[in-house]
Design a protein around this ligand. Structure first.
Ligand code: SF4
Ligand code: MG
Length: 342
């Protein structure tokens, strides 16, 4: 059977600030290659964790495949249908079946709308039910996410961060979707509240047969909830695998570095960078040639600067690193200066 979601070679490039300054100066504007050839599948009922540092293109991937942003290139298929080719009617149906929960429950809820109005809004937009029916459904959903029906008329400022995220989840459930893109849904919450919200998402998945694309920068969060994990670096996926394999036997040096930085006390701090690695993340305006990770990889060799290791990755070996190929010329080439030569 088809996966519920299939993304093929997705690209999202954009021009910073619309390129106004560049045009004034008569120059070709720099393109930010935020998502640069990303492919993955999510099976019905499965959770795929999409992880990487801030700015690696995770959120842009989620928003683009939902058509909240226009793609630059590539394809996304939802239940076999080409998302980017959908007409108005098809798109309307897609928008009922695929939802998003945003990272920040403080900015993603309209402060002038009550909890009940927020949850019922998708039903109103899609013209489903009477006002009374929508009210009843919103009350049911409040309870479904661990709040109570008598909180219907309260405003966002009267709720805690965790409660607001529950409201965001209830809103995402209103149209009975199949797929929810969860974009760092617990990153802005206190650590003590994170597990409660993750447990709620797991319960809902089990009860409602939901499929999740779960975006996070924190591997410990992803481990808890995912069936499979895809690791992103600088707009590309560098490794994909079953969650246990990724954690027990990480094969890409970037995945290994991410894992090494998990046990730190501030591991869930938003925007955390992987400091087990030398150097900074290069700009997505001008990514390094060859393997994009070569400027920070502890195992980088000359061969890594010339050729893109995505060329050697496939279904059998979903790891974009020359070290996974025994007889690759990589092994004969010289270590780069910052590398350890292993
Ligand atoms: Fe490191 Fe080279 Fe592998 Fe890239 S291809 S991850 S630079 S060893
Ligand atoms: Mg993000």
């Amino acid at each position: 059977t088809d996966p519920l979601l299939r993304v093929e070679d997705l690209r999202k490039h954009y021009v910073d600030g619309g390129g106004l300054l560049d045009r004034v100066l008569g120059e070709e504007p720099d393109r930010v290659r935020a998502v640069d050839g990303v492919s993955f599948e999510v099976e019905q009922g499965e959770t795929l964790g999409l992880v990487g540092e801030s700015g690696c293109g995770k959120s842009t991937t989620g928003e683009t495949l939902l058509r909240l942003r226009d793609p630059t290139d590539g394809a996304a298929y939802f239940d076999g249908d080409d998302v980017f080719a959908m007409d108005e009617t098809e798109l309307r149906d897609f928008r009922t079946r695929a939802q998003i929960v945003f990272q920040d429950p403080f900015s993603s809820l309209d402060p002038r709308m009550t909890a009940g109005q927020t949850i019922a809004e998708p039903l109103r937009i899609h013209d489903i039910g009477t006002t009374a029916e929508r009210r009843e459904r919103a009350m049911e959903l409040l309870e479904r996410v661990g709040l109570s029906a008598d909180q219907f008329d309260r405003y966002p400022h009267e709720f805690s961060g965790g409660q607001r995220q529950r409201i965001g989840i209830a809103r995402a459930l209103a149209l009975e979707p199949d797929l929810i893109v969860c974009d760092e849904p617990v990153s802005a919450l206190d650590v003590s509240v994170q597990a409660q919200v993750l447990n709620l998402l797991e319960d809902l998945q089990e009860d409602l047969g939901l499929t999740y694309l779960f975006i996070a920068h924190d591997l410990s969060v992803v481990r808890h909830i995912s069936d499979r994990v895809a690791v992103m670096y600088l707009g590309e996926i560098v490794e994909t695998g079953p969650v246990d394999r990724i954690f027990e036997d990480p094969r890409h040096p970037y995945t290994q570095a991410l894992l090494e930085s998990v046990p730190r006390a501030d591991a869930s701090e938003y925007g955390r960078r992987v400091d087990a690695l030398p150097g900074d993340v290069p700009s997505p305006r001008d990514p390094p040639a060859g393997c994009r990770f070569h400027t920070r990889c502890p195992h980088a060799r000359e061969a890594c600067t010339a050729e893109d290791p995505h060329a050697i990755a496939d279904d059998e070996n979903p790891v974009a690193c020359f070290r996974t190929v025994d007889d690759h010329p990589y092994w004969e080439s010289e270590p780069l200066e910052h590398a350890d030569g292993d």
